[in-house]
Unconditional design. Sequence first.
Length: 482
Amino acid sequence: MRREGGCDPCGWWYDLLENRSTDHHSSRKAAPMAIIPQTRLFGWEDVENLGELRRLELVLGAMPDEGLMRHLEERRGRGRDDYPVRAMWNAVLAGVVYQHPSVQSLRRELLRNAQLRCLCGFDPVKEAQQAVPPPWVFTRFLKGLMGCQEKIDGMFDELVEALGAELEGFGRHLACDSKGVRTHARAQGKDKQRALEPDARRDTDADVGVKTYRGEREDGTLWEKVCKWFGYKLHLVVDADYELPVGYEVTRASAPDNASASRMLDDLEARHGELLGGCEALMADKAYDDTKLIQKLWDREAPILPVIPKREDWKDGEATRPLCEGADNVVYDCQGQLYCHCWASGVRREMVYWGYERERDSQKWRCPAAVYGLKCESYSRCSGGRGYGRVVRVERDRDPRTFLPVARTSLKFARLYKERTSVERVNSRLDVSFGLEHHFIRGLAKMRLRCSLALVVMLAMALGRVRRKQRDRMRSLVAAPT
């Protein structure tokens, strides 16, 4: 075959996005995956156990890629078919499953491993050097995949729907977060005109992202850590119970998290309305503390509880604010905790959160003296002689960011917020097991393709394990199926 275009095997990490293919008999009856019948002298499966190849077999069997395969085959038309579309696709998926950091690494494995070549769908009769595609073929195939991003997104949606049918309560609790992904290029220099000129070594799509982490040490001192990177952001919405993605978006590193979360929710509403309709709560960190996002979640026909901490954005030295104008003795802090001051002694006590009253769209708080049996000199004045004690209701409309449908200081909020760590574990798997920490990708389109392939492999692996009654292993990429 004549070489067309340039070859950048070192920089084509994103090529590893390839997995999955089979023989050239595309005219045969459509199969549920990209593998097609082949004529073999013998089957490698009959010689020895597939072993590690079972993981790829699991992914290929669950991947809903027939539509993509037909589209790619129609686009190829009657051209040369030395390296079938299905075999190329299966090889790309194999690169993700077996964590190859580059196309060259994947090619070396294909040259060495006849079983893998056979499972992908390359000609088992040819010698390895003739059966395995050269680097430029992978490069051209991946460029073609970048033009099929919508179909890959459709595969992601199909897998989400299939998992929703298999897993009870899938989507009931969602978690949202973003992770920085560095590009395989240096940050642009001060010469902006030169930085915009086309150059395969540059990444003109990427920009600088910044995340600031703050906390308090055991001794009471404050700490701050600022992380910067040049590249992109992968925004995720995952099921907090099963730790599987249900929505994603890839943006430049500087894109705000709350805006991406709002777009992902709109996308979930359009693509997976039933799943989002069954959602009870969405957990996210302080980066998503946004009034519009909070109202969008709670003001839906099927409300979603926003479990989002509030940023400390009050003026320095301002610890509390009065709840009502005048001489009332109830105040609240930045997180929405209410306090009452004893009229006589001036002692300040935390009021007790007593739940959310949906019909009044307000939080209910009770007198701590009445709840805990404390002695308070102003009890009779506050409660008016009632044994139930004073009750304070705070309407959510007063400040939707501060007064959520569940108080941030309540045990329910703390219990739900702990589930947010599920999305951090998904991010960790993408870095370690799916290769987003070490790659050779430049460009937004390549990064979007690489991330989407990692996510569809993650979902296909989970679906395959669920169907084989291995739910305890559905989040593992490396455990071999039994």
